[in-house]
Design a binder for this molecule. Structure first.
Ligand code: AHR
Length: 356
């Protein structure tokens, strides 16, 4: 689905017969503070005589964050299933959500002569400079998937992942639509953010804050209503419980992923309040569990984040192995948004078509 303009997102979605989140990436140089420069990636062109590499020649060292969410499970499945389909040799490493584990695995793959491609789903925006330098010296192709990092773009081939700032914009617009149910001076929103240091959390928070003023939402931080839920249900439920003990004057929750939204919903209900009526909830990812919360009306909007990135990422890596420098430094995922207002039947029909 194309990125929406200024019409209220809910109205846009309701005007459509069925909203299908077209999860395809368009190679663009969409402006974003997070966007690395669009300079062509560096990759030595093979000699004219060299036969073109194929997926059978590719051995990938994949460094995953961990298994913190339904989104992550779908992302891991995408890389494992696509590697099997394409005949790629995949060495998969689960970092258990520890940066030091990612750096250590990166170093191991740099030392492994069989590995010619390294794919990183970065836990943090920093901490990889030394292993990126080592990879460059070792002639490894490095592709970032899912999340951007604060590194010189010359240190990797390309980044394939979401425009999280735009997702934050979409989340704020959806929240503003939902808060129309309340007086203008009752637009207090609590934020349950993703893991500290993750670009997905940093940029969703930034995007939300750039647009929350459009309907008079005070900064959640200034209200003392912003805290990480570390992408998970239990911790997010505890965070929301603490917020509600502090004040009942909360009209919205901006949760950085579906698990955090679901944790908030559990706390809201246990406090004797009605999610979707007393407090409006916006989440991110649009996983199956997120859709179930939309269908029940407990979540008001779910901003899609596409985890099924493996086909594009492997295609990009093969281009790099063959010296193709045509890709921009960032290929943003095109993503949609879904709303409870679309109605149970429409949402169930869309859910039936989705892979995660
Ligand atoms: O980087 C994407 C984020 O990482 C997803 O929104 C979240 O569920 C995952 O942990």
């Amino acid at each position: 689905m194309q990125k929406t303009g200024f019409l209220p997102r809910i109205a846009m979605a309701l005007a459509m017969t069925a909203l299908v989140g077209a999860c395809s990436s368009g190679a663009t140089t969409a402006p974003s503070a997070a966007a690395p420069s669009a300079a062509a990636p560096s990759a030595a062109a093979p000699s004219a005589a060299a036969a073109a590499k194929t997926f059978a020649d590719m051995t990938v060292g994949f460094i995953q964050t961990g298994s913190e969410s339904g989104w992550r499970a779908a992302n891991t499945a995408s890389f494992k299933e696509t590697a099997t389909q394409k005949g790629i040799t995949l060495k998969f490493y689960d970092a258990q959500n520890k940066l030091e584990n990612q750096v250590s695995a990166f170093h191991q793959f740099n030392q492994d002569p069989s590995v010619n491609v390294i794919i990183l789903a970065a836990l943090d925006v920093t901490g990889y400079d030394d292993v990126l330098k080592e990879a460059k010296a070792a002639g490894k192709v490095v592709v970032l998937e899912d999340r951007r990092i604060d590194a010189d773009p010359s240190m990797y081939y390309t980044y394939i992942g979401s425009d999280f700032i735009n997702e934050g914009h979409e989340g704020a617009a959806a929240m503003c639509d939902l808060l129309k149910a309340f007086p203008a001076d009752k637009h207090n929103v609590a934020e349950i953010s993703g893991a500290v240091g993750a670009s997905a959390a940093i940029d969703r928070a930034k995007g939300f804050r750039e647009k929350m003023g459009d309907c008079g939402i005070p900064d959640p931080t200034s209200l003392g209503l912003s805290q990480t839920g570390n992408w998970g249900v239990p911790e997010s439920k505890a965070v929301m419980e603490a917020f509600l003990k502090k004040t009942k004057n909360i009209q919205g929750v901006f949760a950085h992923n579906d698990e955090e939204a679901i944790g908030a919903i559990q706390a809201i209900k246990e406090a004797g309040l009605v999610p979707g009526k007393d407090i409006m909830v916006v989440g991110f990812d649009a996983t199956a569990d997120g859709f179930k919360s939309l269908i029940s009306g407990e979540m008001g909007a779910d901003i899609e984040c596409n985890p099924l990135l493996a086909p594009q990422v492997y295609d990009a890596a093969l281009k790099a192995l063959n010296g193709d420098t045509s890709l921009p430094k960032w290929v943003p995922s095109q993503e949609g948004a879904f709303f409870a207002a679309q109605g149970k039947d429409a949402l169930q029909a869309i859910l039936a078509t989705r892979k995660y």
